[in-house]
Design a protein around this ligand. Structure first.
Ligand code: IMP
Length: 201
């Protein structure tokens, strides 16, 4: 087993990823473990390219296997916005949610559908190779916040089948169904079995 750098400063993402990959790496490092200056600018035109840029830069800098996540929320009624700009939709999680609720003000229940997408890039600097893993989950945007778990848009992202917001789930419950959890399950399977299709596909 080896070390893994998770190329993020987002504590919520770090917690979820560490939880799901526990036991598969000796230790996990986030960018918060290093001195300032290692945050990579997300200026690429797609999630996958942003994730790849982060994984490459950090992996090459430290010469350690690196996993980067780029994710976002795409809202049907906003033609897929905020999408790759999700983290720049406001300065704080609270501001981002307020803006989203304001933009959806007056939008009917049936038109509040949304999808969370996560792209993971795994880069191995010694081998000079990388792999991508993808996951998504559909839900809908509520009219007010519910729950205190998770991060980002979780308090207003509802999963109709569960009758709960993503912020009402424990980390384990969220990881079982979320976009990031699904991408991580594919990554975890890849670590154990290599590039075979998972058994349930
Ligand atoms: P990134 O750092 O560019 O990947 O930003 C992702 C942004 O998308 C976050 O700041 C959140 O606003 C949103 N986001 C991504 N994944 C999640 C999630 O699991 N829950 C809630 N919001 C998320």
């Amino acid at each position: 087993m080896d070390d893994l750098i998770l190329a993020t400063t987002n504590q919520g993402k770090f917690k979820e990823i560490k939880e799901l990959l526990a036991g598969q790496f000796t230790s996990f490092h986030s960018l918060l473990d290093f001195k300032n200056g290692y945050e990579v600018v997300e200026d690429q035109p797609s999630y996958a390219e942003n994730a790849w840029k982060k994984a490459r830069k950090i992996g090459d800098r430290f010469n350690i296997d690196t996993l980067a996540d780029d994710s976002g929320l795409e809202v049907d009624a906003l033609n897929g916005r905020p999408g790759i700009y999700s983290s720049r939709y406001g300065k704080t999680d609270a501001e981002r949610i307020d803006r989203l609720l304001a933009e959806l003000d007056g939008v009917e229940e049936q038109n509040r559908g949304a999808v969370f997408k996560a792209y993971l890039a795994f880069y191995m600097p010694v081998e000079g190779r990388g792999y991508f893993f993808y996951g998504s989950i559909r839900g809908c945007i509520g009219r007010e916040r519910k729950g205190r778990g998770g991060f980002g848009f979780d308090p207003v992202f509802f999963i109709p089948e569960l009758g709960k917001s993503m912020a009402e789930l424990t980390v384990e419950e969220k990881n079982r169904i979320s976009h990031r959890g699904r991408a991580l399950a594919a990554f975890s399977h890849f670590l154990k079995r290599g590039l075979q299709a998972p058994p349930n596909r």
